[in-house]
Design a protein around this ligand. Structure first.
Ligand code: GLN
Length: 536
């Protein structure tokens, strides 16, 4: 097993995750089996209880892990499914060490950060890497070098270089090279300082990836080489890209993957990026235009809906469509309905994403009603599915005041209610219905047309569901639940027969969409939106 450790310097948000995913892609395109691990140095056990407004979307894996959004980049770039154990947090590490101490497994010794905490980190990295059967494991150490939280992880990485040997470990440091002054001179000092910080911890980066808004100048490259103790060809210029999927191509132009292979003592194999290059050029050269309205609560921070946005882009690329997303605030929709309905009317399709709690829910319901009545393509995801049921109950089935008990616990018609197994649960972390679950699709339905199969697995993250007591009052009026759990008790896909495209899912198809293999649901939605665009 070869480990490529990626650290970050200068500031957060430099795109370490994308750099990790992109290099992984390049190594994969050279015929190697690649996996990836994300280290998050926070004390939370996972990202599941974190506010999406601060941290962006919570990505869900097949096995129900609730993880930082970088995991989504890894899965999309590498086109692989990762598992919970590919995310390591300080919380998990300490939880394990303290539990072991309580069980008396340390046999009376004093339990310390070195060796016990660091050993547990190494055990987790090696465990996940070896289990994957990959040739190379990319390990992204979250946070910025110098943060107190990441120290034990950097120490673990340092020790791993010693234990695994220099040709089995490689350190890549991602930094920022800002431009400033009247002529926009590239400044290397922040990079120098962060490398110095890293070297104080006993780690000398082998390769430095520099983020900058213009290509790295010869002068800046020379300085970084001199002061940071790397050759000039080991200073990689990662200039800003418009489309994240271009990043592997940018890094390849800098010869990053052959450099990495050479340093890891691996034979250089020819690179095959054919499909990837085609996908990127489809995105750049799309000839048709579609505008999709996404009505959400967190639209000021679009990372909250990252996988949905990416899934839309994958489907758009496949259909020769240039995608424009209009982010519409559900709360503003409640307050200034007229103006925002006008905004909606400029869209060729509407998405209501997942969400929690009452804020903005009525605005989303307004948007659903609009899309249903105006016959505009509609896709509801999770909360969006539940609110589509609420809207239909109120406005078509005549169930006045119908609601989800998440929004109104005293509603006369609780058409959406807690999953029975959720009653009495006290802990919030990791307790939703999570991960891939089987869905049985009825033949002859739109859902069947979309998936072309009877059984699919899609990822879930919810506590509420359609209340089965209301099924007789809802179905039959052009509404059909075309996908259900295998025993038929849980409603998974909803469609309207008197509408060109009105589909909603209790699950999140966005998590399984890949750049060269879009999610069938998103593909169908973009096709419907394209028809709408051609009509209008
Ligand atoms: N809040 C809803 C539930 O818990 C929907 C969750 C979601 O959209 N992910 O069921």
């Amino acid at each position: 097993m070869k480990y490529v450790m990626v650290t970050g310097g200068v500031m957060s948000g430099l795109g370490k995750g994308l750099t990790t995913a992109s290099l992984g892609k390049l190594l994969q395109a050279r015929g190697l089996k690649v996996t990836a691990i994300k280290i998050d140095p926070y004390l939370n056990m996972d990202a599941g209880t974190m506010n999406p407004f601060e941290h962006g979307e919570i990505f869900v894996t097949e096995d129900g892990g609730e993880i930082d959004l970088d995991m989504g980049h890894y899965e999309r770039f590498l086109d692989i499914n990762l598992t919970k154990d590919h995310n390591i947090t300080t919380g998990q590490v300490y939880y394990e060490v303290i539990s072991k101490e309580r069980r008396g497994e340390y046999l009376g010794r004093t339990v310390q950060i070195i060796p016990h905490v660091v050993d547990e980190i190494k055990r987790r990295i090696r465990g996940a890497a070896l289990k994957s059967g990959a040739d190379i494991c990319m390990v992204e150490i979250g946070g910025t070098v110098g943060d107190m939280e990441s120290m034990p992880f950097l120490e673990a990485a340092r020790q791993m270089r010693l234990e695994e040997g220099p040709t089995n470990t490689l350190f890549i440091h991602v930094t920022l090279v800002p431009s400033s002054g009247p002529v926009g001179e590239q400044k290397t000092k922040p990079t120098q300082h962060s490398v110095k910080e890293l070297r104080q911890l006993g780690i000398s980066p082998d390769i430095i990836v520099c983020r900058s808004d213009t290509p790295l100048t010869t002068e800046a490259r020379r300085k970084i080489s001199l002061f940071c103790n790397v050759w000039e060809n080991e200073v990689i210029s990662a200039v800003d890209v418009e489309n994240i999927y271009e990043l592997p191509l940018v890094l390849e132009r800098e010869n990053l993957s052959s450099l990495v292979l050479q340093k890891l003592g691996l034979r250089s194999m020819d690179i095959d990026l054919g499909d990837w290059i085609e996908m990127v050029s489809r995105m750049a050269n799309a000839s048709k235009h579609v505008r999709v309205g996404l009505v959400g609560k967190y639209i000021r921070f679009t990372d909250t809906y990252l996988s949905i946005y990416e899934a839309l882009r994958h489907a758009a690329a496949k259909n020769d469509v240039k995608l424009e997303v209009k982010w519409i605030s559900a709360e503003r929709l409640e307050r200034t309905t007229e103006a925002l309905l006008k905004e909606l009317s400029e869209c060729h399709g509407v998405i209501i994403p997942g969400g929690f709690g009452p804020r903005g829910a009525e605005g989303k319901i307004l948007a659903i009603k609009w899309a249903r009545e105006k016959l505009v393509p509609f896709l509801g995801l999770c909360f969006g599915f539940q609110l589509a049921v609420v809207e239909f109950s109120r406005n078509v089935a005549g169930l006045e005041g119908a609601n989800s008990t998440e929004i109104d616990p005293f509603t006369p018609h609780p058409v959406i209610d807690l999953l029975p197994e959720q009653r009495g649960l006290k802990d919030l972390g990791g307790t939703m219905r999570l991960g891939a679950q089987e869905i049985v699709i009825e033949k002859g339905t739109k859902a069947f047309q979309i998936y072309q199969r009877e059984r699919v697995y899609e990822r879930h993250r919810h506590r509420y569901e359609v209340n089965p007591e209301y099924l007789p009052l809802l179905t039959g009026k052009n509404l059909l639940f075309s996908g259900k759990s295998p025993e038929g008790r849980r409603m998974e896909i909803l469609e309207l027969s008197d509408h060109p495209f009105f589909i909603a899912t209790q699950f999140h198809p966005e998590f399984k969409s890949r750049p060269t293999r879009p999610s069938p649901i998103f593909d169908a939605f973009i096709k419907a939106a394209l028809c709408q665009a051609l009509r209008s």
